[in-house]
Design a protein around this ligand. Structure first.
Ligand code: DGL
Length: 267
C-alpha cells in the first residue's frame, strides 16, 4: 500500500509497542530528534505479545501500523523486539514507508565481551523467532550466548508492579552470573524500566546492554536518507493507549515527560 502521497518532514514518526515498554525507545528518539512530531501507540490490551503465536503478533503489528498510517505517520518505529523479530518482514513488504525495528543487541555485546559469554533476556516470542535465531547464530562460533526467557516480566510491568519483578529477575539472572557472562542484553523494550533492579542484582562488572540509542540513531539516519528530518522546532507528542491511561501517565513521568497529550482509544 502506498501512503507516501501526503507525508512530509513535518509528519509524525509513529512508534508502537505491545504496551508501555516502547516508551524507553521513544525517549531515546525524542532526545536525539527533539524537533520531530511523534505518535506513540501502546497496545497494552493485547500485551504480552511474547506469549502469542507468530500470526497473532503479525496481525497486531499490521493493526498498529494501519492505525499510525491513518494518522499520517511518515515512518514507523517498531519499538518492540517481539514484533520486530516476528513481523517486520511482513510490514516492510506490505507498506511503502520506512520501518525501523529493534532487536536484541547481540553484536555490540559480542564486541564488548571479554569472557566470551553473553546473556540475553528476552520474551519467548523473540527467542523463538527466525530472525533472532539466525542473527545469534552468526556469533555462536566464538561466543556462548545464554538465553533466558523473561517470563512474567512484561505483565508485571504493564500492571505497574515494577518492584514485584525482583524475585523473578533474581531467578533469571542467577544462572547468567553463575555461567560467567560479562554482558546482559536486554532483548525487550520493557526491560529498561527494570534497570535499577537489574543493577542491584548483577555484580558491577557485568554490563547491561540495550538497543534504545542504536534505534534512535538509525531513525535519524533513515529520516536523513529519505529527506524527512523535521527542521522546524515544533515538536508535538501524542500518546495513545488501549490500556490504563493513568499508568501511562505514570510511565511518562518516569521518563520526565509531563504530557497532557495522553489519550485512550480502542484499537
Ligand atoms: N516490549 C516488547 C518487546 O520488546 C514486549 C513483548 C511482550 O509484549 O511480550 O519484546
Amino acid at each position: 500500500m502506498n501512503y507516501n502521497k501526503n507525508i512530509s518532514a513535518e509528519s509524525p514518526i509513529g512508534v508502537f509497542d505491545s504496551g508501555l515498554g516502547g516508551l524507553s525507545i521513544w525517549k531515546e528518539i525524542n532526545q536525539l530528534l527533539p524537533n520531530e512530531n511523534t505518535i506513540y501507540l501502546a497496545d497494552s490490551k493485547n500485551a504480552p505479545y511474547g506469549e502469542k503465536s507468530k500470526q497473532e503478533i503479525i496481525d497486531f503489528s499490521i493493526k498498529n501500523t494501519e492505525y499510525l498510517l491513518n494518522k499520517g505517520c511518515k515512518m514507523i518505529v517498531v519499538a518492540c523486539n517481539t514484533a520486530t523479530t516476528n513481523a517486520i518482514k511482513v510490514l516492510r513488504k506490505n507498506y511503502s514507508i520506512p520501518f525501523i525495528g529493534i532487536e536484541p543487541a547481540i553484536k555490540p555485546a559480542a564486541l564488548q565481551t571479554k569472557t566470551n559469554k553473553i546473556g540475553v533476556l528476552a520474551t519467548k516470542g523473540t527467542l523463538s523467532s527466525e530472525l533472532f535465531i539466525s542473527t545469534s547464530e552468526q556469533f555462536r562460533a566464538s561466543k556462548d550466548i545464554i538465553e533466558v526467557e523473561g517470563k512474567g516480566l512484561v505483565s508485571l510491568i504493564e500492571a505497574g508492579e515494577i518492584e514485584a519483578t525482583k524475585p523473578l529477575l533474581e531467578e533469571f539472572l542467577k544462572p547468567l552470573i553463575n555461567e560467567g557472562v560479562d554482558c546482559v542484553v536486554l532483548g525487550c523494550s520493557h526491560y529498561p524500566f527494570l534497570i535499577p533492579i537489574i543493577q542491584s542484582i548483577l555484580p558491577q562488572e557485568i554490563k547491561i546492554i540495550d538497543s534504545g540509542e542504536a534505534v534512535a540513531k538509525q531513525t535519524k539516519n533513515i529520516l536523513e536518507q529519505n529527506q524527512l528530518l523535521n527542521s522546524i522546532a515544533s515538536s508535538k507528542n501524542v500518546f495513545y493507549t488501549n490500556g490504563n491511561l493513568s499508568l501511562m501517565k505514570r510511565f511518562l513521568n518516569q521518563i520526565n515527560i509531563n504530557s497532557d497529550a495522553v489519550f485512550y482509544e480502542h484499537f
